[in-house]
Design a protein around this ligand. Structure first.
Ligand SMILES: Cc1ncc(C[n+]2csc(CCOP(=O)(O)OP(=O)(O)O)c2C)c(N)n1
Ligand SMILES: [Mg+2]
Length: 317
């Protein structure tokens, strides 16, 4: 991979981190309502995976999706405005944190029901084949979603119908306060791919290059051979499940141990060691990103509330 692309991956991870730190601050100030699930610690998964696809491919994710939206290129100010519930938000202020959509960039949400979007991704894969196209779908979900029925139904059909979908489980070892080992029989979940006769692989989600490489191989298989893949990407969220979770179900030692694997810090060390970026360049990037995030907040603050009439639009009954 050329230096420019490596630097861009770092920049995206840093943007996600700083954007969400600011979102947390705004949440604490009462500027953001509803639920808000941060992606801090997991940035390498969305960034590495999305770096492996084309602009016209599809991405669909759970409610922990600010990072995926930023990685596909959705403007930070439109995401921040959505968190603020403003009319200029990417979902017109009617979706909030869990429902970021960007049709222009084939980003299909933002879904609050655990596992609910896995069959949607499967359907998009079907549509791609039906129309004779060669796009692929990246479907991101948590470890908790692997226990839902629709996960298994989807892998079954994707395998039988040869759908170009890459199912990406972001295993952060907890579903809310419940450890995977307490909730899942057979927690080596990548092995479950075998039951559906599709490739399954374990990926280090703290290593952005490994994510890029392994998702890249799955994308090639999906695009050219119509073979779906299930990847278990092991990662960790450094914050609680949502902004209202004090995360008392895990020890400080555990979190501190995981923080040593911070994907942004370790990638920065790598880029410095290989002489790709200097400390000064990193400083510059920090400043540039701070300006983007500050501007996003200013834009959100100044934007109008959605008008009342919008309550009756986009409603299906
Ligand atoms: C069908 C359904 N059941 C329960 C919930 C409540 N809920 C929200 S998030 C969550 C945990 C999901 O954990 P995981 O899939 O590991 O994703 P993570 O939050 O770790 O990213 C639960 C149970 C829900 N949103 N949908
Ligand atoms: Mg989880």
């Amino acid at each position: 991979m050329d230096s420019e692309k490596l630097i861009e991956m770092y920049r995206q991870m840093l943007l996600i981190r700083r954007f969400e730190e600011k979102a947390a601050e705004m949440y604490m100030m009462g500027k953001i309502g509803g639920f808000c699930h941060l992606y801090i610690g997991q940035e390498a998964v969305a960034v590495g995976a999305i770096a492996a696809i084309r602009k016209d491919d599809y991405v669909i994710a759970s409610y922990r999706e600010h990072g995926h939206a930023l990685a596909v290129g959705t403007e930070p100010r439109r995401i921040m405005a959505e968190l603020f519930g403003k009319a200029t938000g990417i979902s017109r202020g009617k979706g909030g944190s869990m429902h970021i959509f960007d049709a222009e960039r084939n980003f299909l949400g933002g879904h609050a029901i655990v596992g609910g979007h896995i069959p949607l991704a499967t359907g998009v894969g079907f549509a791609i084949n039906y129309e004779g196209k060669d796009q692929v779908v990246l479907c991101f979900f948590g470890d908790g979603a692997v226990n839902t029925g629709v996960f298994h139904e989807s892998l079954n059909l994707a395998s039988l119908w040869k759908l170009p979908v890459i199912y990406i489980c972001e295993n952060n070892f907890y579903g809310m306060g419940t450890a995977v080992t307490r909730a899942m029989a057979g927690p080596e979940m990548y092995l479950k791919a075998k039951a559906y006769d599709i490739p399954g692989e374990l990926v280090d989600g703290m290593n952005v290059l490994e994510v890029w490489e392994k998702v890249g191989k799955a994308v090639e298989r999906a695009r050219h051979e119509k073979i779906p893949t299930f990847l278990e990407v092991r990662t960790y969220r450094f914050r609680g499940h949502s902004m209202s979770d004090p995360a008392l179900y895990r020890t400080k030692e555990e979190v501190n141990e995981q923080r040593k694997r911070d994907p942004i810090v370790t990638f920065k060390q790598k880029l410095i060691a290989e002489g790709i970026l200097s400390e000064e360049k990193f400083e510059e990037m920090e400043k540039e990103i701070k300006a983007i995030v500050d501007e996003a907040v200013e834009f959100a603050e100044k934007s109008p509330e959605p008008p009342e009439e919008w309550l009756y639009e986009d409603v299906y009954a």
